[in-house]
Design a protein around this ligand. Structure first.
Ligand code: IMP
Ligand code: MG
Length: 332
């Protein structure tokens, strides 16, 4: 078994969907597995020129690859079925490809109602926190208990370790949210309720030694959605928000913007064991023509995109060898 993992190194919305889409096209995977989160996530994918936003369903279905919602996730039954229908209408063979691990926990109407009252964290109000709370309190309900989900239910052990359909299982793990929102490593309590790191992927039934590549995804600036104050005072952040279309894919909320924080990034790289790093949205800073980042107690300003990239590469050269800067939403 081989598994590659895509992790977001900031606060979600760094473009994991694009990397997943790219790898699916080239990686000859047998499975794409979502390993954490629920419909709080919004994955924006451009497939053959058309824009799709999925919440639960991994991008494997765009390429005919079996797509699994792993046991680290929580699922909203209505949202899931709605997404299946939308993707079917768009012509994808969703019914045969999409699977849900039997032990996935379900987000109920009660969870949704409770989360809708949140004012403290600024959640996506998708019932995520209450669903995980009930899972850990051992009073949750799991996917196999729902009649509507029966056609999709799999046993994760059999699927990955005892499956006559595949000589070798090759997995692409697609994470949700990001390091800064991770329940343990993020800025608690302004976090989500799941494990967003590579550790969270392994929890879905894959032995650690099977992990091959860890693709870390970041942006050349940072964004965050939630109640804490995150945005800097520079007026340019408003321009970045417009140029970068920085509005939540799930809730439409404006994302707060700030410069790249190198210290946080280095921590996320180290803890996830990133060996392939992609910085997205270089085109956005080029459009607003301002290039800054934080490192230690300093803010650095560069004259050009080139200077900033060069500085970042130098700064990370003993940590990650394979660094890509991308300024195109359709390709790496
Ligand atoms: P929850 O995951 O809905 O409980 O929200 C907790 C925090 O994570 C809030 O600050 C949300 O805005 C943030 N969050 C959750 N999912 C995403 C995502 O997919 N992208 C960006 N932020 C997210
Ligand atoms: Mg997103």
């Amino acid at each position: 078994m081989i598994a590659d993992v895509i992790v977001d190194l900031q606060y979600g919305d760094c473009g994991k969907g694009k990397i997943a889409h790219h790898l699916c096209r080239t990686g000859d995977y047998t499975h794409v597995i979502r390993y954490n989160g629920g419909c709080n996530a919004g994955h924006t994918i451009y497939h053959e020129g058309e824009k799709f936003v999925t919440h639960h369903i991994p991008c494997g279905i765009f390429f005919g690859v079996r797509s699994v919602i792993g046991p680290g996730c929580v699922v909203n039954v209505d949202q899931f079925l709605k997404e299946v229908e939308e993707l079917e209408d768009a012509g994808f063979d969703v019914k045969d490809l999409i699977k849900i691990a039997s032990n996935v926990h379900v987000i109920t109407d009660f969870h949704m109602a409770e989360d809708s009252k949140d004012t403290k964290i600024g959640t996506t109000k998708r019932g995520n926190g209450p669903a995980y709370r009930d899972k850990y309190a051992r009073k949750g309900v799991r996917a196999y208990e729902f009649a509507e989900l029966q056609p999709y239910i799999i046993d994760m052990y059999t699927e990955l370790h005892d499956n006559p359909e595949f000589d070798e299982v090759k997995i692409l793990f697609e994470g949700a949210q990001g390091f800064g929102l991770d329940i343990d490593w993020g800025d608690y309590p302004f976090v989500t309720s799941s494990h967003c790191t590579v550790g969270g992927a392994i929890l879905n039934g894959v032995p650690p030694h099977c992990i091959r590549d860890v693709w870390g995804v970041a942006k050349v600036y940072e964004t965050y959605v939630g109640t804490k104050t995150f945005e800097g005072s520079d007026e340019i952040f408003k321009d970045i928000r417009e140029e970068g279309d920085e509005y939540g894919a799930t809730t439409g909320r404006p994302r707060q913007i700030n410069w790249l924080d190198m210290d946080n990034l280095k921590m996320a790289i180290a803890i996830n064991g990133v060996n392939k790093l992609v910085f997205n949205k270089t085109d956005v800073l080029e459009k607003v023509d301002k290039f800054c980042l934080f490192s230690g107690i300093n803010m650095f300003e560069f004259n050009s995109s080139y200077d900033m990239k060069y500085w970042i590469e130098k700064e990370l050269e003993d940590k990650v060898y394979d660094i890509t800067f991308s300024g195109n939403k359709h390709a790496i």
